[in-house]
Design a binder for this molecule. Structure first.
Ligand SMILES: NC(=O)c1ccc[n+]([C@@H]2O[C@H](COP(=O)([O-])OP(=O)(O)OC[C@H]3O[C@@H](n4cnc5c(N)ncnc54)[C@H](OP(=O)(O)O)[C@@H]3O)[C@@H](O)[C@H]2O)c1
Length: 345
């Protein structure tokens, strides 16, 4: 049985980020692990993830979620082994997905995200990736928000990321007639085409005329835009949308490092009238009750090889800030998973 330590290490905010985050925005601190009170659960972290949405909490006023203060621990998703429990729903030895954050141990205080991992048929890290928030964002964004229909022509931006790659493959598996993605670099394009089975990939960084390249990739236009990137991309795509098309606002990767007053607006709104377009955002936790059924279905798609999963791994708490910074700066791709502790046998 795993020993309960008296303290643990975690990463806290050392300074607010301006632009692309840097290592100096974070520091590691040792913190005591208090005795549990009723409802609490203590976990030993096996894996945590680096999520682009965390960026919006590292400076003031940029998100629906409150900004972190200097010295606050960085929250985020983790897979952990329960090593002590004062909660009848969880037993020592259970493996859970939580909002445990960037820490070697975490206390679930009775509220917030926690889910017992129901089986080990798939890698545990999948539960904070394709079967966790990224995958669920893809699932509910396409199914509930876009109301995806067989035959739809779908464009997914940041298609090689965990949300985008899952969305693109779900669309394909659910009968989309054409699935196009945007991504930068030849490695991502090759994976998306050969492994994930997309019809075409547009490199938004090198295309001389992005709108023309997106049109060439689906000459009849798009019924669904699943957007992870932000306003400039949406504005470029709007004129390519077919009547009745739906835009899902999943995320704003290109805008996270820009002060809110400098983010450009969407101007092509006139197309919303003639083409009866609809645009809607989502916060995936609104769909929390639907996670288990969606995870079961999506898990089956993974087991049957219909959805391919890619991870990019790091090791140790010290590596977490760099894994996060790399989201905005390097060319690797796949869910950024940081292995913190060894899996229980
Ligand atoms: N709404 C929700 O409830 C919810 C939940 C979870 C995540 N999300 C959002 O979903 C989106 C995707 O998340 P993810 O975890 O799968 O991350 P991701 O797509 O892997 O994010 C990293 C990738 O973003 C792209 N990127 C980085 N900077 C960019 C820029 N300035 N312009 C355009 N692209 C840039 C890069 O790929 P390329 O260069 O290849 O494009 C990079 O590899 C994020 O916006 C995230 O916040 C939303």
């Amino acid at each position: 049985m795993t020993q309960r330590p008296a303290s643990t290490r975690r990463i806290v905010l050392a300074s607010q980020a301006a632009g692309v985050p840097v290592a100096g925005n974070f520091r590691i601190e040792e913190t005591p692990l208090p005795a549990l009170i009723e409802g609490h659960v203590l976990t030993r972290t096996l894996y945590c993830s680096a999520d682009p949405g965390t960026r919006s909490r590292l400076s003031s006023g940029a998100s629906y979620a409150a900004p972190l203060r200097i010295g606050d621990p960085i929250d985020g998703f983790a897979v952990g082994e329960v090593i002590e429990s004062a909660n009848p729903r969880f037993a020592v030895g259970d493996v859970v997905a939580t909002g445990g954050g960037w820490a070697e141990h975490a206390i679930f205080a009775g509220r917030g995200y926690i889910q017992k991992i129901p089986h080990r048929r798939l890698p545990l890290s999948n539960w904070i990736g394709v079967l966790g928030v990224p995958g669920m964002t893809a699932w509910f964004g396409l199914k509930r928000v876009a109301g995806l229909k067989p035959g739809d022509r779908v464009l997914v931006t940041s298609a090689a990321g965990p949300v985008g790659a899952t969305a693109a493959q779900i669309a394909r598996a659910m009968g989309a007639s054409r699935v196009v993605g945007t991504a930068s670099g030849a490695d991502k394009a090759a994976w998306l085409r050969n492994e994930a089975g997309l019809d075409d990939i547009v490199d938004y960084k090198t295309a001389p005329d992005l709108a023309a390249a997106l049109k060439a990739a689906s000459p009849e236009g798009y019924d669904v835009l699943f957007d992870n990137v932000g306003n400039e991309m949406i504005d470029t795509v709007i004129p390519l949308l077919r009547p009745g098309a739906r835009i899902v606002i999943s995320g704003q990767l290109a805008d996270y490092n820009t002060p809110p007053d400098k983010v450009r607006g969407i101007t092509n709104t006139r197309y919303f009238i003639a083409s009866r377009l609809r645009m809607e955002g989502l916060v995936v936790f609104d769909d929390l009750k639907g996670f288990p059924a969606a995870q079961e279905e999506l898990g089956g798609m993974i087991e049957r090889g219909e959805v391919k999963v890619r991870e990019h791994r790091y090791r140790g708490l010290e590596a977490v800030p760099q894994a996060f910074i790399d989201l905005f700066t390097d060319s690797a791709f796949g869910r950024r998973i940081i292995a913190i502790g060894d899996e229980p046998t």
